[in-house]
Design a protein around this ligand. Structure first.
Ligand code: 1HE
Length: 265
């Protein structure tokens, strides 16, 4: 299916090596249509070409209202399957790509919006963020990878509860449930996400690649296979010239030590 590419649906800015990618359909609460998915795919590819890390956020009052229900109601069963597989592929571009993605969440993070957030590597929510999976109420099921990614983040019992009962979770609860790693005051999630993206962008490229690509795959392996694969990735990563330069810099006391939280010490 060829869709007209509408690059107004996703905003893209490159700032000091960090790609800032925005869901830019605030009148529809950033609901994800097929065209949004295609525009997002292009933005991800561009970010991978020119950025060392990326931040994903939503414009307007909400991060994302999930699947575009107006578009979905017109679809045949096979178009539904194809659409879901396309979401998997594009969200997979984020999850198993080449650069770290940090997402900044506020307002509604629901349905497919939560599935999209779950494909990024670190999630920051401000105090206005709320999380829900209203698929059951709409007569549908998750289709953007939620049964795998969201269930692994918060646990299948909690996800089942949200989907069966329509429970809506606030930002502190989402942090306690491992859906997000940071909670900020209102309006500060994006700045925090940019700060974290900058920190991640300073790491060795190969280390970041291993964190993004090896760590989640190892979770899918048996314990013994995971430990075995870890040894090879560990050795391979340490043998890159960049690793050697970084190790020498530490040994020669040319770079800072690990500081306790708060920085003093
Ligand atoms: C939409 C959508 C949408 C808003 N698809 N058009 N997602 C949901 O079930 C969530 C549905 N949305 C809401 O519950 C609310 O819109 C919000 C809580 C997110 C925001 O409320 P509010 O008061 O700020 O906005 P609003 O007035 O409800 O919506 C503004 C417009 O956005 C309105 O259109 P308008 O033409 O009347 O102005 C809404 O119809 C439109 N809009 N959300 C289409 N989702 C791959 S499987 C994933 C499955 C799912 O994601 S299921 C969850 C779907």
């Amino acid at each position: 299916m060829t869709l007209p590419l509408d690059d107004t649906l996703i905003s893209y800015t490159l700032e000091d090596g960090i790609a800032l990618v925005g869901l830019n359909r605030p009148a529809k609460r950033n609901a994800i249509s097929d065209a949004v998915v295609e525009a997002l795919s292009l933005a991800i590819a561009r970010a991978e070409r020119e950025a060392k890390a990326a931040v994903l956020f939503g414009d307007g009052k909400h991060f994302c209202a999930g699947l575009d229900l107006a578009e979905h109601v017109e679809k045949s069963p096979i178009e539904g399957v194809q659409g879901s597989r396309r979401w998997h592929s594009v969200f997979g571009q984020i999850e198993h790509g080449t650069i770290p993605w940090i997402c900044a969440l506020h307002g509604a993070v629901v349905g497919g919006g939560l599935e999209l957030a779950a494909s990024t590597h670190v999630r920051v929510a401000d105090s206005t963020a709320f999380f829900a999976l209203p698929e059951g109420q709409r007569g549908i099921f998750v289709g953007g990878g939620g049964s795998v990614r969201v269930a692994r983040l918060m646990g299948v019992a909690r996800m089942t509860d949200l989907m069966l009962t329509g429970r809506v979770v606030d930002a502190p609860q989402a942090e306690a449930w491992n859906l997000v790693q940071y909670v900020t005051p209102e309006g500060e999630a994006r700045a925090k996400a940019i700060e974290l993206a900058r920190a991640a962008s300073q790491n060795a490229e190969m280390s970041n690649y291993a964190v993004i690509n090896a760590l989640p795959r190892i979770q899918d392996m048996s314990r013994d296979d995971g430990l075995f694969v870890e040894s090879f990735i560990s050795s391979f990563t340490a043998m890159t010239p960049e690793a050697e330069a970084r190790l020498r810099a530490f040994l020669d006391k040319r770079v800072g030590k690990v500081q306790p939280p708060g920085g003093a010490g």
